[in-house]
Design a protein around this ligand. Structure first.
Ligand code: MF3
Ligand code: CO
Length: 249
């Protein structure tokens, strides 16, 4: 599939989808307290998304059974909500959500703290978020795709963290996943030239320990191989001739 440059009309719809998703994350983060199950978090998330007349894009995507991917501590991404999984004080919880508004997608993830968390967990969350901001410095017309990848990787390296290599960011628009793939690690070559009107989901997944991940038997949940904590931060971004616009913030 070719990389698309969005029309003014498509960009308007994606801006609306992004605003709704930003609000969804804000409302959902406020629900995260010790004792809540990931099942309840998902239920609340789906209600919020539908209250904005949007469709939760993850629900039934390739058979994924929920609206919000909820990944706790050493879970990297795609954790499946469960009545048995109760979040506890000190946990870090990655919430990944997608909405469709009038046929257009927005995709964003946040990692949130449950009550008081360790200093090292807080630092991992902060660095993961900053990795995103380092990456989008290059999400501008005239720059190359892999400048984003390198900037994310270089920033994470400063802290000795593991950059997940088995999952990547992506183009987004009328589909949740479009070309190009956007690795969070350094690449050979420079990658494609970025153009105003491209819309990208940039999503560093960073581990406190090594970068290796494994899939659990549910075929969805991705966990760190060494059991270390992992954080995720993602937004849908519009490439322009100047500063990138973060649509889901
Ligand atoms: N949010 C994921 C991404 O960024 C997609 C989740 S796919 C699902 O690409 F199937 F788990 F919903
Ligand atoms: Co994504």
């Amino acid at each position: 599939m070719a990389v698309t440059v969005k029309s003014a009309r498509e960009i308007e719809l994606m801006k609306k989808a992004g605003k709704i998703l930003a609000k969804t994350h804000e409302l959902l983060a406020a629900e995260i307290k010790p004792g809540i199950s990931t099942y309840e978090i998902n239920k609340k998330g789906e209600e919020i998304i539908r209250s904005f007349d949007c469709i939760p894009s993850f629900l039934n995507y390739n058979g994924y059974p929920a609206s919000i991917c909820i990944s706790v501590n050493d879970e990297v991404v795609h954790g499946i909500p469960s009545k048995q999984r109760i979040v506890q004080e000190g946990d870090i919880v990655s919430l990944d959500a997608g909405v469709i508004y009038k046929g257009y997608h927005s995709d964003a993830a946040r990692t949130v703290a449950v009550g008081e968390i360790s200093k090292e967990a807080k630092k991992l969350m902060d660095v993961t978020k900053q990795c995103f901001f380092e990456g989008i410095k290059f999400a501008k017309e005239g720059h190359r795709l892999y400048e984003i990848s390198a900037a994310i990787n270089n920033y994470a390296d400063r802290f000795g963290y593991g950059v997940v290599r088995d999952l990547v960011g992506h183009g987004i628009g009328a589909n949740l996943h479009e070309d190009p793939q956007i690795p969070n690690f350094r690449q050979r070559g420079r990658g494609m030239r970025l153009q105003a009107g491209m819309t990208l989901a940039i999503e560093p997944m960073i581990n406190l320990g090594r970068s290796d991940v494994v899939w659990l038997d549910d075929d969805w949940t991705v966990v760190t191989d060494d059991g270390s904590l992992s954080a995720h931060y993602e937004n849908t971004v519009l490439v322009t001739k100047g500063e990138p616009e973060i649509l889901s913030l």
